[in-house]
Design a protein around this ligand. Structure first.
Ligand SMILES: [Zn+2]
Length: 556
């Protein structure tokens, strides 16, 4: 707050000097005000107004709104004195007038800017000064202007007190709310704010193999100035959630689950600059500071200060709200705002589509290339989509679940091979003139899938693994050496791909969200895990609360 106020004070001095020159130009009115009067009546309100201006420029938090306010405020001050010359002349002749006009205008601008989307703050800071101004316009001529002249101590005190009161109100309005109160209207039109009672929310926890429960946990709160609280609009169950689901050692208090979610920013720490309350955001499946060397290199999964969801004091994604560390580095704002119809597509950017794309990108898929994708889970199917996006000509999908491979064909697979092992390798070789494919994207994670990949890859080709390996040893010996096979892939830095993949999702040219074949309310998360574990569902989307009807758009 100190920085903006200082900036504003300088702006205000400049503005006050300009106003003073304007008044002198008008008809020598300034001569009626002596040294003290000039300071109190013109310079001080000018500084106060400027403080509001500076805060206005910094407080709204997004570059665009800051620029808008920087441009709009001086314009406002230039226009208003010209629009109300009569009032201005009346007020200026009283001495108190110059100060009152300045303070009122500062209050209006400050109220709008600092209040942001908070209605009460706009009312307090915007309407109060207008009322004050109107009161002065009406009463001063009645009681006789000179009686409250700034050249007398009484008038100066009144101007100072009024100015100070407004500054206090403006600063109060700028302080961040702890949270939106229950029943308040959220920035998303038609989206009722979750009613939080007793400071708790619902979240999904895993206690033992097969024992998933949705439980009450404390509401997340801002712990660091770089944090954000995100209200989850949609989350999902991941194939990798099934590993602990099957074999976790029982934990008395459970462990928070979920690492894929999209949501609305509900609250921001004071140092978050690139996001605003109400922004619709995508969370990658790990959080990262966005500033360290690894993050700048696009490997946010190796961030020096990053971590995973659902660990220690960071919530899991399968809940009503999440504390997001390093919000600026971690979250990606959807520029188009909140559109319910796009939620499933956008949610895949959190992990599965980004991971599929990582497989294709690290395998160096380029136009005209032949590609094999092993695995018909959500990641494998989206690796097919990614390979097509990167221009692959022939895309062989290896999977035996027909509904899923059909979706794979819709995503761009040209051939489907249901056989596995040696038989599957032989089938792919038959399809590709006996050589195999340049790129093999392995999206399973078991050793036999990796061995299959090594059997299919063409000499000089690349195997990229994005299935989390469930093995510690594998064939990387003389055979692969002799064939110049590159083995790459790894955990996907989803954060590095989201901005790249977002335009295709927003313009509707791809629909990765088709991988969601079931949608359940958050309360039914245990059923979601069961469906995924028993392969009755490809991917389950969880909704913390029902969507409102129709399309909602966020301001800003
Ligand atoms: Zn980092």
């Amino acid at each position: 707050m100190v920085g903006p106020v200082l900036v504003g004070a300088v702006c205000g001095l400049a503005w006050a000097a300009a106003l003073r020159a304007y008044m002198a130009e008008l008809n020598g009115l300034v001569s009626e005000v002596d040294g003290v009067g000039t300071f109190v009546g013109v310079l001080l309100p000018g500084v106060l107004v400027g403080a509001g201006l500076g805060a206005a420029a910094v407080q709204p938090r997004t570059a665009r709104t800051q620029l808008r306010w920087l441009a709009a405020c001086p314009l406002l001050f230039a226009i208003v004195p010209l629009a109300f010359p009569g009032a201005l002349v009346t007020l200026l002749t009283t001495g108190l007038g110059g100060g009152a006009v300045a303070v009122a205008l500062g209050g209006i601008a400050g109220g709008y800017a600092l209040g942001g989307r908070r209605l009460w703050a706009r009312i307090v800071c915007g309407i109060l000064p207008v009322a004050l101004l109107a009161g002065i316009v009406v009463t001063v001529p009645l009681v006789g202007g000179p009686r409250l002249s700034l050249t007398d101590p009484r008038g100066a005190w009144v101007a100072c007190l009024v100015g100070a009161l407004l500054v206090v109100l403006m600063i109060a309005a700028s302080l961040p709310f702890r949270r939106l109160r229950a029943g308040a209207t959220s920035p998303a039109a038609g989206w009722p704010v979750r009613t939080r009672q007793n400071g708790t929310m619902r979240a999904t926890y895993l206690f033992a193999p097969g024992d998933v429960r949705v439980v009450d946990v404390p509401d997340p709160v801002i712990l660091q100035p770089t944090d954000a609280i995100v209200r989850v609009v949609a989350a999902c169950v991941c194939g990798s959630d099934l590993h602990p689901y099957r074999k976790i050692s029982p934990i008395e208090h459970g462990t928070a689950m979920g690492h894929e979610f999209v949501g609305l920013i509900e609250e921001l720490g004071s140092e978050v600059t690139g996001l605003a309350e109400g922004d619709f955001v995508i969370a990658p499946f790990v959080w990262s500071d966005g500033t360290c060397d690894f993050c700048r290199e696009g490997l946010q999964t190796s961030c020096r200060h990053g971590g995973g969801w659902g660990s220690k004091d960071v919530n899991g994604g399968q809940g009503e709200a999440v504390r997001v560390p390093f919000a600026d580095g971690t979250l990606v704002k959807v520029p188009a705002g909140f559109d319910p119809a796009l939620v499933p597509d956008l949610l895949t950017l959190s992990d599965v589509y980004s991971t599929g794309f990582h497989a294709a990108a690290t395998a160096g898929v380029r136009p005209g290339m032949d590609v094999t994708v092993i695995g018909d889970g959500a990641v494998g199917l989206l690796a097919v989509l990614a390979a097509r996006e990167l221009g692959a000509e022939r895309i062989v999908l290896m999977g035996h679940h027909e509904v899923r491979t059909d979706l794979g064909r819709a995503f761009g697979a040209t051939d489907v091979v249901a056989e596995r092992g040696e038989e599957g390798i032989a089938r792919v070789k038959d399809l590709t003139g006996g050589d195999g494919t340049h790129a093999v994207l392995e999206a399973v994670g078991y050793l036999d899938a990796f061995e299959q990949a090594l059997g299919i890859v063409r000499a000089g080709g690349t195997v990229s693994r994005v299935g989390v390996p469930q093995y510690t040893e594998g064939p990387i010996g003389r055979v692969q050496f002799g064939r110049n096979v590159t083995i790459t892939g790894g955990i996907a830095p989803a954060r590095a791909y989201i901005e790249r993949l977002l335009p295709g999702v927003l313009d509707g040219s791809v629909h990765p969200g088709r991988v969601f074949d079931r949608e359940l309310p958050l309360e039914e998360a245990p059923e979601g895990y069961r469906l995924m574990n028993e392969r009755e569902a490809l991917k389950v989307l969880l909704r913390p609360q029902p969507l409102s009807e129709g399309r909602a758009t966020l301001p800003g």
